[in-house]
Design a protein. Structure first.
Lengths: 752, 203
């Protein structure tokens, strides 16, 4: 059974997903359910002066229209970045105030979805209109920490100016990245059903316990009165973590009409009722000696935030960990504008910052005249450049060596524009990928039966990542059972504590709790069977009995499969709750996770810096006459500790790289500047890669052992794949054309 | 065609939810305007029509509003929730079903226009004993999805892609599968699944 881990296991939920029997949140139909629809503001800043709901109310099928004047009361909660469970700290329909375009102003309940939508269209609003700004002004930026202080948001090591002065070559460059929206395929939805003061909410969620805690607080209910159910999630990427306005409004509407209500948020409304990736400016000043070795490293990130939250995704904390430099200066800055609060979207600290960092390194390598891969090699480091602790494991250059060989990097001729294929200019580019190993507390309950079955239960989530499968694999490997005999139950807040599925943490943290539960089961069974008068382990000291791939082994070579030993116990069944408590987790962090928050330790502990690494290489073709940009090949090699499932891990890394293609060439939420509105708020005009955009994507997963991060040696991979891609493509575009494009996305028009 | 009687409205009377009344017109152009409001009674007759569909081989008769889309009829009336809504505006392909053998976006198809048609959804692909359709099997084995939300539409589209003769090589498959978006980025595995079924059928 040892082979269960680090093999290619087909998803255990695949039969359900290919037959349409996987139940997503909007697939439930409670008896008597009504349908909700949102009306949203057409202005970004101002005050509602009147709201005419009469036409909507006269619409056949419409049951109720709720406004800020008629909405049932509930307590609002703080936003995620203020330490609360909300997607934002400002709650719409609490009053007439409008703070962003697309803000909900009315909620229609009707007998059919069509009637609800029609009702929402019939609502008329008048406003006193203010003057909005949707773009931040980088000149008006400020430093702020997540807790309202500046702690850790500025780094100074050595003397940056001296480092720049002594450099043989320097770059002083600025990169910009746009607003982006997650656009999971599953539309946001919430279905709420009250029975007396008991509430059930079906909603796609990356954090069912965050939802339950926040909803219970809003209605002063004990958590035991609130059920939150989310067994399958149709993609999340960071968009389904907190309690959103549409959640709270649907719960309130169900209370008001006395019937279950389901809201499916329209695709255009998905752009304003939840979070997004804020726009950013990445400023780099780098200096290097004649060999490419850094003498100075400065990175200032300015990211957009709303008027009412401080979205701090500290990308400089990641970039400063990459390369050795005697002189380092980083600043994490924010600038406000009139939008809803942004949040975390796949690699929220890394995608935009590495688009900057890895192009700046390429620009510097070009100036110095060293190969871009060699540039990374001479600046590789086994200690964190700022925190001065060793990396728990760091296989960056192994990744570069692996990807270079498969890609054929040696065929690259350094001069831009020097490689062609007919009318196509050919470019090769590379970039570093990384992702911090975040650590959170988790529990998991495992029940094993002597008949050879196991049940694994925890309030974790499978947002498409393969969690159902890897938890079954972990239990199967430890307990000595087939994967198919291990049933995993997740996505319900009542289950044992597991953390928010974000920051690439579920496999590492929740998986370690499953592992621990299995070890506890083995100890319990060993204690019982060693106390018996018969059996291969009878009479042994249970402390001397160990579990080895599903087999209990005594010190003298005695052994018995765990399942057989269990079958010989009185009950023939055993249950244990496993815990993952990494030494770096403080009581405060553990309690935060138990309270539904995000109590993460890492990536830097007093002992080690913990990061997964990768190296990506892109081949880009740019048509000489039309400037059409294509990516025929994208290769990545990654080292992220133990790979639990080579099939699902491959898909995650590949999917991340496809996201990177999107960031590089397609994705931008365009804005209507005078009105401060998102303009292309649909999934045809907000471009994401389609099948024809994606050609060869090759993923290599290197072996890497890391005994510090967690008992399984797992680092997260959900976000790693996207991190270097946009820069690798931009660097390849430069190599093909000689044009350096510092703004995402890169378009044909930039090359004319 | 029968006119349905409206079920009683549950809970509180909607009259108790009247907002600030009397204001008419939209100063800043909300989607709903005075003009649209006047058109409303014609558009929203709420008259139910009975249509009949052959869904996954079974004859089904159901009442729908003229404005009810096929995907809403499948999901909310027939309870066939395997077909997913990803955008409800014909952009993503998640709601793809086969209508008289052709792949269509069921969110852009009014149910009344499908009266008498043969509809195949993801629930109708496995054989009666539960054996998966080769395309379902190929999607599972090739990990041609992650979250699984676009998968029913991808699978039906993939079956049609081969039936249409548009699966000649990988480039053609990519082109003819580009109407089905996958945000998890499983495209290379989707192409591999289609190739596997195509080759299995040839062999």
């Amino acid at each position: 059974m040892a082979q269960t881990i680090n093999t290619a296991v087909t998803r255990t939920d695949a039969p359900r997903k290919v037959t349409g029997t996987a139940t997503y949140a909007a697939d439930v139909l409670p008896a008597g359910m009504l349908h909700g629809a949102l009306a949203t503001s057409s202005i970004a800043v101002g005050t509602l002066t009147s709201l005419d709901t009469s036409a909507a109310e006269a619409e056949p099928g419409v049951v109720a229209v709720l406004t800020h004047e008629t909405l049932p009361d509930y307590k609002t909660v703080k936003g995620f970045y203020a330490g609360g469970p909300g997607s934002a700290s400002f709650w719409p329909m609490e009053g007439p105030e409008i703070k962003y375009a697309g803000q909900p102003i009315a909620y229609v309940v009707a007998q059919t979805a069509a009637a609800a939508r029609r009702g929402a269209q019939l609502i008329s609003a008048e406003y006193e209109v203010g003057t909005p700004n949707i773009h931040m002004d980088p000149a008006d930026s400020f430093v702020i920490g997540a807790q309202g202080d500046n702690k850790g948001m500025v780094t100074t090591k050595g003397d940056i100016d001296a480092g720049l002065a002594e450099a043989a070559q320097t770059v002083d460059v600025e990169y910009t990245t746009p607003f982006q929206h997650h656009n999971p395929m599953e539309m946001f939805s919430a279905t709420a059903e009250w029975r007396g003061d008991r509430l059930t909410v079906w909603m796609p969620s990356q954090s069912v316990r965050t939802l339950r805690g926040g909803i219970a607080a809003a209605y002063d209910l004990p958590e035991t009165s609130v059920r939150v159910i989310s067994p399958f999630v149709g993609g999340a990427f960071g968009s389904k973590a907190g309690i959103t306005p549409y959640t709270m409004l649907t719960i309130a509407a169900a209370k008001a009409v006395g019937a279950p209500v389901r809201l499916i948020v329209t695709r255009p409304q998905m752009y304003t009722v939840a979070t997004f990736r804020p726009e950013s400016v990445q400023k780099f000043r780098l200096g290097a000696d004649a060999n490419g070795k850094l003498t100075a490293f400065e990175h200032i990130e300015i990211a957009q935030t709303s008027q009412f939250d401080a979205v701090v995704n500290p990308g400089t904390h990641i970039t400063r960990a990459m390369y050795a430099s005697p002189n380092i200066h980083t600043e994490q800055r924010l600038a406000r504008s009139d939008t809803n609060t942004g949040g975390f979207m796949r690699a929220p600290n890394e995608m935009q910052t590495f688009f900057g960092l890895e192009q700046a390194m390429d620009e510097l390598a070009h100036k110095v005249g060293v190969d871009p891969v060699e540039m990374r090699r001479v600046n590789d480091t086994d200690r964190h450049p700022v925190e001065d602790v060793p990396f728990s494991s760091r296989s960056l250059m192994e990744c570069y060596d692996s990807v270079s060989e498969g890609f054929g990097w040696q065929n690259r001729t350094p001069e831009p524009g020097s490689m062609t294929d007919g009318d196509w200019l050919v470019g090769y580019g590379c970039a570093t990928a990384t992702y911090p190993t975040n650590i959170l507390a988790s529990n998991a309950r495992v029940r094993m039966q002597g008949t050879g079955n196991a049940y694994i239960e925890l309030a974790a989530h499978d947002v498409g990542t393969g969690s159902y499968t890897i938890f079954a694999q972990i239990a199967a490997a430890r307990l000595g059972l087939p994967v198919g005999a291990c049933d995993v139950v997740m996505g319900e807040a009542d289950l044992p504590v597991a953390p928010l599925s974000g920051g690439s943490t579920t496999a590492a943290s929740a998986g370690s709790a499953v592992h621990d539960a299995c070890l506890r089961i083995a100890r319990m069974v060993a204690t019982e069977v060693t106390a018996r008068s018969e059996g291969p382990l009878a009479g042994l000291d249970p402390a001397q009995v160990t579990l080895d791939d599903g087999v209990l082994r005594g010190p003298g070579g005695q052994s018995q499969p765990l399942v057989e030993a269990l079958a010989a116990t009185a009950a023939g069944e055993v249950e244990a709750v496993g815990e993952f408590r990494h030494p770096a987790l403080t009581d405060q962090l553990i309690r935060a996770t138990f309270a539904g928050g995000y109590g993460t330790a890492g990536p830097v502990t007093p002992e080690f810096a913990m990061f997964a690494f990768g190296a990506e290489m892109a081949e880009v073709h740019v048509h000489r006459w039309t400037h059409e940009i294509r990516v025929p090949r994208l290769h990545g090699s990654f080292a992220a500790g133990t790979i639990l499932n080579r099939k699902t891990a491959h898909s995650q890394l590949m999917g991340g790289m496809v996201w990177g293609i999107g960031s590089a060439l397609h994705e931008i939420t365009e804005v209507d500047k005078p009105r401060a509105r998102f303009l292309n708020a649909n999934i045809a005009e907000y471009l994401i890669p389609v099948n024809a955009d994606v050609r060869e994507v090759r993923v290599e997963m290197l072996d890497e052992q890391d005994d510090y991060v967690n008992p399984l040696g797992v680092k997260g991979i959900g976000e790693l794949g996207i991190v270097g891609t946009a820069a690798a493509i931009a660097n390849a575009v430069h190599h093909a054309t000689g044009k350096r494009l510092r703004k995402l996305p890169i378009r044909m028009s930039d090359l004319v | 065609m029968t006119k349905s009687s409206k079920p009683p409205k549950p809970g509180l009377s909607r009259r108790s939810f009247l907002g600030s009344s009397g204001a008419v017109g939209a100063a800043m152009g909300l989607a709903g305007s005075k003009a649209q409001a006047q058109d409303a009674p014609e558009l929203a007759a709420q008259e139910q029509r009975h249509i009949s569909l052959t869904v996954n081989g079974q004859r089904r008769t159901l009442g729908v509003e003229p404005r009810t889309t096929l995907v809403e009829a499948l999901r909310d009336v027939l309870g066939l929730t395997g077909t997913k809504i990803g955008c409800n505006q014909g952009q993503c392909g998640a709601c793809t079903v086969l209508l008289d053998g052709r792949r269509i976006n069921s969110c852009l198809t009014l149910a009344v226009t499908a009266d008498g048609a043969d509809v195949v959804t993801v629930e109708g692909l496995a054989d009666p004993t539960g054996n998966l359709h080769p395309m379902q099997q190929a999607f599972a084995e090739n990990d041609a999805f992650q979250c699984g939300y676009c998968t029913p539409g991808q699978i039906l589209s993939a079956i049609a892609c081969i039936d249409e003769g548009h699966a000649g090589d990988a480039a053609e498959i990519r082109e003819y599968m580009s109407g089905n978006l996958c945000r998890c980025g499983a495209y290379p595995n989707i192409v591999a699944a289609v190739e596997a079924v195509r080759d299995g059928q040839e062999g």
